[in-house]
Design a protein around this ligand. Structure first.
Ligand code: ZN
Length: 414
């Protein structure tokens, strides 16, 4: 017999299309008035287009509004897009800022509540409830991973283990001693925990994990299957951006065929990245989000640069929220990379080759060294392990069918 369907917020997660459009329209009208009244930067962008708040009557008018891009966020850094006085804000989170200035996002208490509500939905969709022990091994701090899942885990009532990332043997010891049932971390760290578990002579039978919620970086179906096997769990994807709140903008359900977008909080559009034209649902293009409920840092039509497809195909979980595919790449230039794993004696080595872009190629050796150091540091802080980073010439990483081969494992493991 099929198990009963459980939701964190059934009313919103299973809303009819008509009700959702009505709710989104009401919220959008209010949010447009809010940015017009409180964010001079956005008001100027609207005025340039000859727009007034009264021009936006429903979500059908959304396409009239100007886009916001990461460049806008950098221009307005740090307070230029703030829509509430600082004394109403209770939190700051930030992007990792691998290129240029970091993006700093502000939250009121309501913003934190909304965000944690989103991650609570993700935990419940992954089968979580108050009887679970949720091990949060995302990094804590300015990065949204730790704080986001931590808050959701509290809301659901799970016993929360705020482990942060790194110190993998201790992670496994706590996982065993405290019988963690849900693991939240980056997929690469989950894979590493799985490998370490096996190296310690343990198997999935020695732990109680049943599910994992993994995001904050791209990962493949192949990686999902490997993690599921090595930890004996079902692995769920989660998506989000610091600019919009953090993880939980969308989340995967038991069907594991894309992530449901929390449409009562965020409107998703797919646009042609070159023309900005809105594309019909089911077409591949750049994902754009409008945050409907954010008070301190509301973003209208924020260009994520993620290339993606939306689907309204009926989902077996019963949720009516639109689903987004795993992002298929970026509309801007991300550096190409390749990971080479090898074994010297009994020690695994972990090299990352990073292609520099053509426009960087004329820079000085010092710039390369600084960049190399920065990437090594960022990886260490997220993964908890040290990788050797090598910068390589543009287009030198071999492509197979147009895509770079991401991981090469040279270890002879039997
Ligand atoms: Zn579903």
């Amino acid at each position: 017999m099929e198990s009963p369907k459980v939701y964190w917020d059934k009313e919103h997660e299973c809303m009819s299309r008509e009700e959702m459009k009505k709710l989104q329209s009401e919220k959008l009208v209010k949010q447009v008035q809010n940015v017009w009244d409180n964010v001079p930067y956005y008001r100027r962008k609207m005025e340039v287009r000859g727009l007034k708040p009264s021009d936006i009557q429903s979500i059908d008018d959304l396409h009239k509004l100007p886009f916001l891009s990461k460049a806008d966020l950098r221009d307005a850094y740090p307070y230029g897009l703030l829509a509430r006085p600082l004394d109403e804000c209770v939190r700051i989170q930030s992007t990792s800022g691998t290129t240029g200035k970091r993006v700093v996002a502000f939250y009121t208490q309501n913003d934190v509540d909304m965000w944690e509500d989103c991650t609570a939905r993700a935990i419940v969709a992954a089968g979580g409830n108050k009887d679970d022990v949720c091990q949060v091994a995302y990094g804590y701090g300015l990065f949204t991973g730790g704080a986001g899942l931590h808050g959701g885990s509290h809301k659901v009532g799970c016993l929360t283990l705020p482990m942060s990332s790194g110190n993998t043997e201790r992670q496994i010891q706590f996982m065993r001693d405290l019988e963690a049932t849900i693991l939240c971390c980056t997929p690469s760290y989950a894979a590493y925990i799985g490998e370490t578990l096996h190296e310690m002579g343990l198997s999935p039978d020695d732990i109680k994990l049943k599910a994992g919620i993994f995001g904050a970086e791209p990962w493949t179906e192949e990686m999902r299957r490997e993690i599921e096997k090595s930890l004996g769990i079902k692995a769920y994807d989660i998506y989000g951006l610091t600019e919009l709140s953090g993880p939980g903008v969308s989340f995967e359900c038991s069907e594991q065929t894309g992530m449901h977008i929390n449409e009562d909080h965020f409107i998703a559009e797919i646009i042609d990245p070159n023309t900005g034209e809105v594309l019909p649902e089911g077409t591949k293009g750049e994902l754009v989000f409008t945050s409907l409920d954010k008070e301190a840092f509301p973003l209208l039509r924020y260009r994520t640069r993620d290339i993606c497809v939306l689907s309204r195909k009926k989902c077996s979980c019963g949720r009516t929220l639109v689903k987004m595919a795993k992002p298929m790449g970026r509309s801007d230039t991300m550096p190409n990379y390749q990971i080479v794993v090898d074994r010297v004696g009994t020690t695994d080595t972990f090299d990352i080759l990073v292609e520099i872009s053509d426009d960087m190629f004329s820079d000085t050796v010092k710039t390369y060294e600084e960049l190399q150091k920065k990437i090594t540091g960022e990886l260490k802080s997220v993964l908890g392990i040290r990788a050797r980073v090598k910068l390589v010439e543009p287009k030198s990483i071999p492509r197979s069918e147009g895509k770079a081969v991401r991981v090469i494992d040279k270890r002879k493991l039997v």
